[in-house]
Design a protein around this ligand. Structure first.
Ligand code: PEP
Ligand code: MG
Length: 766
C-alpha cells in the first residue's frame, strides 16, 4: 500500500487519510477548485512512530508531482502548508506549518505534525473527549493559495445556510487581502459575505455553485473555508455546519422539499433539543421596551436573570435556582459549566462564529454576542453602557432573536407552534407507533396540549382543581364536618364545583379523549399546617390525620375506600357533566394494589360508557398485573411513584439529600426520577406488560409519569409495546419526534446516525 495518497486518488478512507484528508479527496472528485496536494497517510504515521522513518522517496516524488501540477517551483511561486488530519475532530490541537518553500523543511514539518499527535494539549483533549489514543494522524501537504495578494484576493468562511434561522442564503464573513490566520486571529474585523458579492460577483456566484454541490453531496448544510487568489476561488475545507435548533429544523424541512433528504432522514437527524428550540421563550408582545444596547443575535430565544460575571458563580447560583445571565467579554472552553448553568449568555466581543455563539447554539441557549458598546470590567464586576452602570446581581433581559439587551427581567412567553413545527409533527405522526397524550389538569393546559398536537389527555389530576380558595374551603368543610348532615352538605357543595370544573374541561376538549384520575392526595394536605392554624378543631383533625410516612400512607384509592363519598362524588360529577357536554371520558384509580380495590370503586359507576383503568404505580400492582388486567379497561404506569417504590427513595427528598453524591460517585448513572431505570423499574414494567397482555391481548397500556417525555425512556416504552405516553404539554413535540425516531430505528431506517442515538440503555450501573 502506498504511504502517500494524492487528492486525485480514489481512496476516501478517513481511517487512512483522516477527516480533513478524506474531505479534500471528496471535494477534488466533485470537481471543486481545491488547491492540489497529497496526504502522508496514517499508516505512514504509524510506521514513523515505530521506526522514526518517513517514506522519503514517496514524499520527494509527490513534491515533484506537485511542482509539475502547479507549474511552479518550490520557492519560486510555490509554497506549501503541512497540516494534521485525524479520523476524529481535534480542532487546533496539533501543529500546522505554513509557507514552506523547500523540500527539507517540508520533511521537518511532516515530522513536526506527526510528533504533535502526542503533545500535551492533544493528549488531554483526547482524554476529555474519549478519543482513542491509537487513532493517529495523517499529514496533508497542500499548495498554498494566497489570499493576501494586492488585488482581487481575500479569504472567508461561509455557512451554506444561515446557522441561526436556517434561511437558504450564504452566511459568513470575508476579509479582503488576507490569509486564513488573519480571519482567525481577530486582528482585522471581517466584513459580511455580502462584501464579496459586491466586490467580485462572479466569485460569489461560483461560491454559491460550490455550496450547492457540497450540500447535495454531503446532504447537509456545510461550513466552508475558502480563499480567493487573483480573482480565482479555492475551496480549502468543508464540514457540516453547527447550527441553532431552530435552524436545524428549518434546514431539515427545506432539504426534504428540495429533494436532498427524505422525511425519515429529517426526523432521524434532528435532536429533541433542536425541536425544543422552536419552543424557546420570547419577549411578550407588544414589546414597548427600549433596549439599552444591541449585539449580534447568536442563538435565538429570550432570557432574563441576574448579571453574573464569573462562570463558577453562575453555576453556584443556578444550583440555588437563581436565574442568571453570564456576561463576559468573550467566552472560552473553561466557561462551559457557567454557560450551561446560565439562562443566557452575553458577550461584548466575538462574532457569530465565536466560542459563545457556537457553544450556546449547540446547547440551545439564548445568546447575544459581540455587543461592542458594552464595557465589561471583570474585576469591578460592572457592565457599563455609556453612563449606565449595571452591577453584579442587577437583572437584565437578552433577546437572542434581535440581539437586544434590556434592563430588568421583562415578561417572557412560551413560543407559539410554528408552521415548521406543524410540518415536522405531521411527519413524526406518520412514523410513530406510540400515541402521544398530555398530562393536563386545567382548561389552559388542555388548550396548550391541543396546540402542541396532543392526541388525548392521559392524566387529569383532580386534586389540582381544589387549589383555588373557594374549592379549598369546600373540601376543608368536608374534612372537618362533625355530623353526617354536615358531611353530606359539604359533599354536595363539592359535587357542584367539580361538575362545573368538568363541564369547562369537556368543552375545552372538544371531542378529545380524557382520563380523569380520582383523588390521590392525602386529606391532611388540604388542611393548613399546625403552625398556620389556631383553630382547635383543625388542630385536632390534623392530629388524627397525621402520618409518619404520608407518601406510603392514607392516599389514593385508600381514601376512596375509607371515605366512599369522595370517589362517589367525583364519579357522579363526571357523569352529570357528561350528560350536559358529551365527552370521551375514562376514570383512573390511583395507588391500586389489589383487584378488590378496583371492584370496590367500580361499584360506584353507573354509567356503562365510563371505562375504568388502573394507575400502575405500586410494585404489587405490577406483580398482580395479570389478575388486574382481567378487571381493568386500561393501565397507565405512574412511573414517578413506581420509581419511588422500587428504589425506596422518597421522590420529594432524594434530590436534596444523597442523590448528588450517588451520581458523583457513579453509584447511580442517572437521576432515576428523570431517566427511567430500565434495569429495575423498566424490567418490572416489561414483566407487568407481558403478564397483563397474556390475560387481555388488547389491553391498552400507557405511561403518565414524568418519564413519558424523556427521550431515553420513550425509546424503551416503544420497545416494550406501550401504547401511548402522556407528558406535559410543552414536551409533546420532542416526545413525538423521539417516538418517531424509535419507530424508524426499529424498522432499520435507511439512514442511521440519528444525532441523538443515545438509544443505549446499557448503563454501566448494574
Ligand atoms: C406517577 O406517580 O407517576 C404519577 C403520574 O402520578 P403523581 O405524580 O401524581 O403521583
Ligand atoms: Mg402517582
Amino acid at each position: 500500500m502506498p504511504s502517500v495518497f494524492f487528492f486525485e486518488d480514489e481512496c476516501e478512507d478517513k481511517f487512512l487519510l483522516g477527516n480533513k484528508g478524506a474531505n479534500l479527496v471528496t471535494m477534488t472528485k466533485l470537481g471543486l477548485p481545491v488547491p492540489p496536494g497529497f496526504i502522508v497517510s496514517i499508516e505512514a504515521y504509524r510506521e514513523y512512530q515505530r521506526s522514526g522513518k518517513l517514506p522519503l522517496e514517496e514524499l520527494r516524488r509527490a513534491l515533484s508531482w506537485l511542482q509539475k501540477k502547479t507549474g511552479k517551483k518550490l520557492g519560486d511561486g510555490l509554497s506549501v502548508s503541512v497540516r494534521s488530519s485525524a479520523p476524529a475532530s481535534m480542532p487546533g490541537m496539533m501543529d500546522t506549518v505554513l509557507n514552506l518553500k523547500d523540500e527539507d523543511k517540508i520533511i521537518s514539518a511532516v515530522k513536526r505534525v506527526f510528533d504533535s499527535w502526542d503533545n500535551l494539549r492533544a493528549v488531554e483533549y483526547r482524554r476529555l473527549n474519549k478519543i482513542p489514543s491509537d487513532l493517529g494522524t495523517s499529514a496533508i501537504v497542500q499548495a498554498m493559495v494566497l489570499g493576501n495578494k494586492e488585488k482581487n484576493s481575500g479569504t472567508g468562511v461561509v455557512f451554506t445556510r444561515n446557522p441561526n434561522n436556517g434561511q437558504k442564503r450564504l452566511f459568513g464573513e470575508y476579509l479582503d487581502r488576507a490569509q486564513g490566520e488573519d480571519l482567525v486571529s481577530g486582528k482585522r474585523t471581517p466584513q459580511p459575505i455580502e462584501t464579496l458579492r459586491l466586490q467580485m460577483p462572479e466569485v460569489y456566484a461560483e461560491l454559491e455553485r460550490v455550496a450547492d454541490i457540497l450540500e447535495r453531496h454531503f446532504r447537509d448544510m456545510q461550513d466552508v473555508e475558502f480563499t480567493v487568489e487573483d480573482g480565482k476561488l479555492y475551496v480549502l475545507q468543508t464540514r457540516s455546519g453547527k447550527r441553532s435548533g431552530r435552524a436545524a429544523v428549518r434546514i431539515a424541512i427545506d432539504m426534504v422539499k428540495e429533494g436532498i433528504i427524505s422525511p425519515e432522514e429529517a426526523i432521524l437527524r434532528l435532536t429533541p433539543e433542536d425541536v425544543r428550540a422552536l419552543l424557546y421563550k420570547q419577549l411578550k408582545p407588544p414589546v414597548q421596551y427600549r433596549p439599552v444596547a444591541q449585539g449580534l443575535s447568536a442563538c435565538p430565544g429570550a432570557a432574563s436573570g441576574k448579571v453574573v460575571f464569573d462562570p463558577l458563580e453562575a453555576d453556584t447560583k443556578a444550583r440555588l435556582n437563581e436565574a442568571v445571565i453570564l456576561v463576559r467579554p468573550e467566552t472560552s472552553p473553561e466557561d462551559i459549566q457557567g454557560i450551561h448553568a446560565a439562562e443566557g449568555v452575553l458577550t461584548s466581543r466575538g462574532g457569530l462564529t465565536s466560542h459563545a455563539a457556537i457553544v450556546t447554539r449547540a446547547m440551545g441557549k439564548p445568546c447575544v454576542c459581540g455587543a461592542e458598546t458594552l464595557n465589561i470590567d471583570l474585576k469591578e464586576e460592572t457592565l457599563t453602557i455609556g453612563d449606565l452602570v449595571i452591577r453584579k446581581g442587577d437583572e437584565i433581559t437578552i433577546d437572542g432573536d434581535t440581539g437586544n439587551i434590556y434592563l430588568g427581567a421583562l415578561p417572557l412567553q412560551e413560543a407559539e407552534a410554528t408552521t415548521e413545527l406543524k410540518e415536522l409533527m405531521s411527519w413524526a405522526d406518520s412514523y410513530k407507533r406510540l400515541g402521544v397524550w398530555a398530562n393536563a389538569d386545567t382548561v389552559e393546559m388542555i388548550l396548550q396540549a391541543k396546540k402542541f398536537g396532543a392526541e388525548g389527555i392521559g392524566l387529569c389530576r383532580t386534586e389540582r382543581q381544589f387549589n383555588s380558595p373557594e374549592r379549598l374551603s369546600a373540601i376543608r368543610e368536608f374534612i372537618l364536618a362533625q355530623t353526617p348532615a354536615e358531611r353530606s352538605e359539604a359533599i354536595n357543595h363539592l359535587q357542584r364545583l367539580q361538575k362545573e370544573d368538568f363541564i369547562d374541561i369537556f368543552r375545552a376538549l372538544d371531542g378529545m379523549p380524557i382520563i380523569i384520575r380520582l383523588l390521590d392526595m392525602p386529606l391532611h394536605e388540604f388542611l393548613p399546617s399546625e403552625e398556620e392554624t389556631t383553630d382547635p378543631q383543625v388542630k385536632e383533625r390534623l392530629r388524627e390525620l397525621r402520618e409518619v410516612n404520608p407518601m406510603l400512607g392514607h392516599r389514593g384509592v385508600r381514601v376512596g375506600v375509607t371515605f366512599p363519598e369522595i370517589y362517589q362524588m367525583q364519579i357522579d360529577a363526571i357523569s352529570e357533566a357528561r350528560a350536559e357536554v358529551p365527552a370521551n371520558v375514562a376514570i383512573m384509580v390511583p395507588q391500586v394494589i389489589t383487584v378488590q380495590e378496583l371492584l370496590w370503586v367500580k361499584k360506584y359507576i353507573k354509567d356503562p360508557a365510563l371505562k375504568v383503568g388502573i394507575m400502575m404505580e405500586t410494585v404489587r400492582a405490577c406483580m398482580r398485573a395479570g389478575k388486574l388486567a382481567q378487571e381493568a379497561d386500561f393501565f397507565s404506569f405512574g412511573t414517578n411513584d413506581l420509581t419511588q417504590a422500587v428504589f425506596s427513595f422518597s421522590r420529594e427528598d432524594v434530590e436534596r439529600k444523597f442523590l448528588t453524591t450517588y451520581l458523583e460517585l457513579g453509584i447511580l448513572e442517572h437521576n432515576p426520577f428523570q431517566i427511567l431505570d430500565i434495569k429495575g423499574v423498566g424490567r418490572l414494567m416489561e414483566t407487568a406488560v407481558s403478564w397483563a397482555r397474556k390475560e387481555k391481548k388488547t389491553l391498552e397500556i400507557g405511561v403518565c409519569g414524568e418519564h413519558a417525555g424523556e427521550p431515553l425512556s420513550i425509546r424503551f416504552f416503544h420497545r416494550i409495546g406501550i401504547d401511548y405516553v402522556s407528558c406535559s404539554p410543552f414536551r409533546i413535540p420532542t416526545t413525538k419526534l423521539v417516538a418517531a425516531q424509535a419507530a424508524l430505528e426499529q424498522k432499520g431506517a435507511p439512514i442511521s446516525a440519528p444525532s441523538e442515538s443515545a438509544a443505549k440503555d446499557a448503563s454501566s450501573v448494574s
